[in-house]
Design a binder for this molecule. Sequence first.
Ligand SMILES: Cc1cc2nc3c(=O)[nH]c(=O)nc-3n(C[C@H](O)[C@H](O)[C@H](O)COP(=O)(O)OP(=O)(O)OC[C@H]3O[C@@H](n4cnc5c(N)ncnc54)[C@H](O)[C@@H]3O)c2cc1C
Length: 234
Amino acid sequence: MLLARTALGRELGPRLAARLGVSLLPDCVAVALDADGALLAERPVYGGNVLARLRSTTLPHMASLRPKAYAPLPPDPSRQGEVVPFEVDLDAVTPQVTVRQVVRHDTPGVKLEDARVVVAGGRGLGGPEPFRLLEELAGLLGGAVGASRAAVDAGWVPGHWQIGLTGKTVTPELYLAVGISGASQHLAGCAGARVIVAINKDPQAHIFRVARYGIVGDWQEVLPALLAALRARR
Ligand SMILES: Cc1cc2nc3c(=O)[nH]c(=O)nc-3n(C[C@H](O)[C@H](O)[C@H](O)COP(=O)(O)OP(=O)(O)OC[C@H]3O[C@@H](n4cnc5c(N)ncnc54)[C@H](O)[C@@H]3O)c2cc1C
């Protein structure tokens, strides 16, 4: 039984596992079956510094997977599933929690999780204003803007922009990291990107070890040049 590690999955998974008396392999980034048919899984632990390998020993096997941990397969209409209607009498359930309000974050443009291009900024930007440049860059590339936790914690950008272990996981075609050092907790949310491009003034920054292309320089010089080049191409 596979669940998504979304807010709903995080509430549902442990409760369901407890009711069924089985173990749940939570927050996984990879799952497979071994030769005996047991479920194997990998999940980041200790702030993303270590990958733990888990093996489920109870049936049914249950795991929750980080959204975007896998790229979706192309649709195959020959594979069909059976839909079983299931009558549920919710009136018979005594609610323990009442939902008072649902607040939606309406983000204009492309959703961060679905974006094919993500332009992310970090502490190196030095404040909230430079994020306007990142928004313009993302607009020109048809992408969305994200941020490191340092930028979120500083109050420069909203929390739902955060990428990483305690933020969102993104797997875009292109991930442009500006003023981000490349801490393991940040990379936990973007390492699955097809191409990472980093702009950082420190040639020793860890982000350059994972980036396919690196620009060693001050964003204050690099970003305007990049924006001018993209505007000219349009
Ligand atoms: C349990 C736990 C969970 C965490 N979860 C997350 C998470 O989900 N996401 C996350 O991002 N972090 C997370 N962190 C924090 C993480 O460890 C780092 O502290 C954080 O990612 C650092 O953010 P940063 O790269 O923006 O800042 P810094 O590490 O301060 O890096 C700033 C970079 O900007 C560069 N720079 C400075 N000025 C310029 C300039 N003018 N031009 C170009 N480059 C410049 C610097 O050389 C430096 O490399 C977590 C930490 C813990 C302990």
